[in-house]
Design a protein around this ligand. Structure first.
Ligand code: DQA
Length: 168
C-alpha cells in the first residue's frame, strides 16, 4: 500500500493560524508523524501541500502517471513528469477552503479513480454555513472532521489497515 497525503491552501500555516480552531501542531509535525506511522504499518507515504488549486490538480493527475500535456520548462522538476513514481492505493486529502469551492479538485480525484479520505482538522459543521458543503464528501470513502490533527492519524490507520484496495 502507498498513501499520498495532500494538504491544500493555508494548511502550510497549521500550528500558527487560528490556533483556537486548528491547534498548535504544525504541518511539518503532521507530515513527519504520518510518515513514521506509515512506516510502522509497513506502508509508504508521500506528502504534498500547495496553496494553488491547479498545483493540486496536477499532483492528483501525476499520482495516476498523468500530467499537463505541455510543461513550460523542459527537463527538470515539473510535477506531471517527476512525481508519478508509484501510484497511491489511497489519497488522504485536506483540501482546505477548496473543499467548498473546487469542482476541479473533485474532477481530478474522480478522474484518477484513486479512493480517497477527506480530512478536516476542525468540525466544519459547527462553523460558518458555507463550510457545511463539500464538493468531495459524496465521493469520499470516508470523511473525518473535528478530531484536530488526530484526524490525519485516524485516516492513515484506516487507509493502511481497513480500506479496500482497488485491484488493477
Ligand atoms: C479545513 C476546514 C476548511 O473549511 C478551511 O477552509 C480550512 C481547513 C480544516 O482542516 O478544518 O482551510 O479544511
Amino acid at each position: 500500500r502507498h498513501i499520498l497525503l495532500i494538504n491544500g491552501p493555508n494548511l502550510n500555516l497549521l500550528g500558527r493560524r487560528e490556533p483556537h480552531i486548528y491547534g498548535s501542531t504544525t504541518l511539518a509535525d503532521v507530515e513527519s508523524h504520518a510518515a513514521s506511522q506509515a512506516s510502522s504499518l509497513g506502508i509508504t507515504l508521500e506528502t504534498f501541500q500547495s496553496n494553488h488549486e491547479g498545483a493540486i490538480v496536477d499532483r492528483i493527475q501525476a499520482a495516476a502517471g498523468w500530467g499537463p500535456s505541455s510543461s513550460s520548462t523542459s527537463s527538470s522538476a515539473s510535477a506531471g513528469e517527476t512525481q508519478a513514481v508509484k501510484k497511491p492505493t489511497a489519497i488522504i486529502i485536506n483540501p482546505g477552503a477548496l473543499t467548498h469551492t473546487s469542482v476541479a479538485v473533485r474532477d481530478a480525484l474522480l478522474g484518477v479513480d484513486i479512493p480517497f479520505v477527506e480530512v478536516h482538522v476542525s468540525n466544519v459543521h459547527a462553523r460558518e454555513a458555507f463550510r457545511k458543503h463539500s464538493y468531495l464528501s459524496d465521493k469520499a470513502v470516508a470523511v473525518i472532521c473535528g478530531m484536530g490533527v488526530y484526524g490525519y492519524t485516524a485516516a492513515v490507520e484506516f487507509a493502511a489497515r481497513h480500506m479496500k484496495v482497488k485491484e488493477e
